[in-house]
Ligand binder design. Sequence first.
Ligand code: COA
Length: 226
Amino acid sequence: MEVYVINALRELSDAEFENALSKVDSGQRERIMRYRFMEDRKRGLVGVLLSKYAISKAFGIPANEIIFEKNKYGKPHVVGGSGVHYNISHSGDYVVCAVGESPVGIDVQEIKDGSLDVVDRFFSKEEKEVLAMTGEEARRDLFCEIWSLKEAYIKCIGMGLSKPLDEFGVVKKDGEYRLIVNGEWSKDYHFHKYDIDEKYSLCVCSQEAGFPTETEYVKLEDLYLT
Ligand SMILES: CC(C)(COP(=O)(O)OP(=O)(O)OC[C@H]1O[C@@H](n2cnc3c(N)ncnc32)[C@H](O)[C@@H]1OP(=O)(O)O)[C@@H](O)C(=O)NCCC(=O)NCCS
């Protein structure tokens, strides 16, 4: 598995955006242009280009031969690419992509102040217990970490928010993040958190255990080569 990171969205000028947009297919162009704000359009476009870059590098498929389709919950995959797994996430300045030979889910999110009210509705019993035992100062970071781990999991299984978030938990056990469903610990999914930026949380979930120790930073110009 590899994890690719781009944090150069601010360097993507509007003119470069137009040029790069012309390199993706018309379906993707329409989807990207449906976003109201330019920032979202740029994240969407860089997401497509980074996916192609990562899949091409990992599996040797020429980028212009990679076509995406979505499952019924919206998770994209490569047409005809059995054994090719990837997932992307975007937030703030970052677009990230994980690629590997097993189902994978990735989540990056900007850590923002706000209420932790959602804990009651969306966190499992075990997650609530861990949060309750955590001091006030560390609680927000832990909340964001758990939220990001949960998102990575629902994206790995491909169900997105159709999977009720309180039905499972991801908490640390013996120093490792573990999935717990109805009080039963599962060994089927593995989790990894990367410290890329103190203002962001980045988590990956996969059915394979071999996470790279470091993420790989990609430059905007690398994407135009695909
Ligand atoms: C998947 C989901 C949890 C992602 O949430 P998010 O934190 O806003 O977005 P992220 O940046 O982490 O990820 C977005 C990317 O995940 C991928 N994705 C979309 N649905 C996915 C799914 N079911 N499983 C895995 N990945 C998915 C897409 O590549 C998407 O990027 P793109 O739209 O630019 O192609 C959420 O959007 C979702 O469940 N969507 C499904 C539709 C839905 O239930 N909407 C709620 C209506 S109220």
